[in-house]
Design a protein around this ligand. Sequence first.
Ligand SMILES: *Cc1c(COP(=O)(O)O)cnc(C)c1O
Length: 349
Amino acid sequence: MSTGRLTIDLDAIAANWRALDGMSGETVQTAAVVKADAYGLGVAKVGRALAAAGARRFFVAVAEEGATLREALGPGPEISVFSGHMSGDTDMIHDLNLVPMLNSMDQLTRHFEALPGHAFGIQLDTGMNRLGMEPGEWAAIAPIALAQGPSLVMSHLACADEPDHAMNARQLAAFHEMTDGIDVPRSLAATGGILLGPDYHFDLTRPGIGLYGGLPYEEAKPVAFLDLPVIQIRDLAPGETVGYANGWEAERPSRIATVSGGYADGLQRHISNQAVLFHEDEPCPIVGRVSMDLIGVDVTHLREKPKSLSMLGNNQSVDDLADVAGTIGYEILTQLGARYARRYARGRQ
Ligand SMILES: *Cc1c(COP(=O)(O)O)cnc(C)c1O
């Protein structure tokens, strides 16, 4: 096999969900956010593992993702859609029993006209200015919306990964102002919000990245393990170069492994000459430019010729790689390519 191998540890995902669930009180429900194909890891397998761990409520970004998830989970669990009720979504919402988080007066009208009596939630904007109704709009609509019995009222924090950011308290205050006194379950916290403590938990939390081993949940168990097979190993004399544009030049006799994987697999060119891969616990630097399907790695210092090198695993988390790539763990995960041989494991070996 010459493609990279992506191993996804479903037990680690389940353990991360249980641990995040354990951080809020008994009466707080912990949902699971599985948008973008469960952050790139495969929504059917991941969704079923989370349901088996105890998750009863799932969130996706768009109705199409909800349809895929429904097929995987069957009729029981509740599936909510952040983008709400868009034109064209009505049949999916109805047939697959999805719960749209309505974001505007337009969506509210569309939902009540197309599917009267069908479950819905409300998304409020408390300052992020992305999705949801603003305070003025909500004040006008609340009596009508509440009379129809929403199953949830939610908002989203913009800076929850920075516990000391003043925005957190501002959004918390805004959420209280918009929702105190209403008799509907409330939700404000994603992974970062759970870590901010009980004031942010309300009735339901919505962790995503923490389930998949990413920051800001530092204690998360690693979930994604990526190993790239070595296709060739060659010895270079000083002055020889590696890859496109002669991106790296050997200053000493060097041994270079060419591994299978490149920017077409979500390993960005930006990590050229920057990131490392691991052979057991030994870091091996990338040399030269990452190309579409191949990466050169300096293995001069290894005693043996490696058969594969590890890009993600116990020695390098998605956030470690994200730091080098100038991005965040979320983006590393969601860009993991379709070409890898994916294996779903229960526990890591
Ligand atoms: C993505 C998302 C989440 C999950 O956020 P994480 O930071 O991944 O835990 C929760 N709520 C909303 C509205 C989101 O868009």
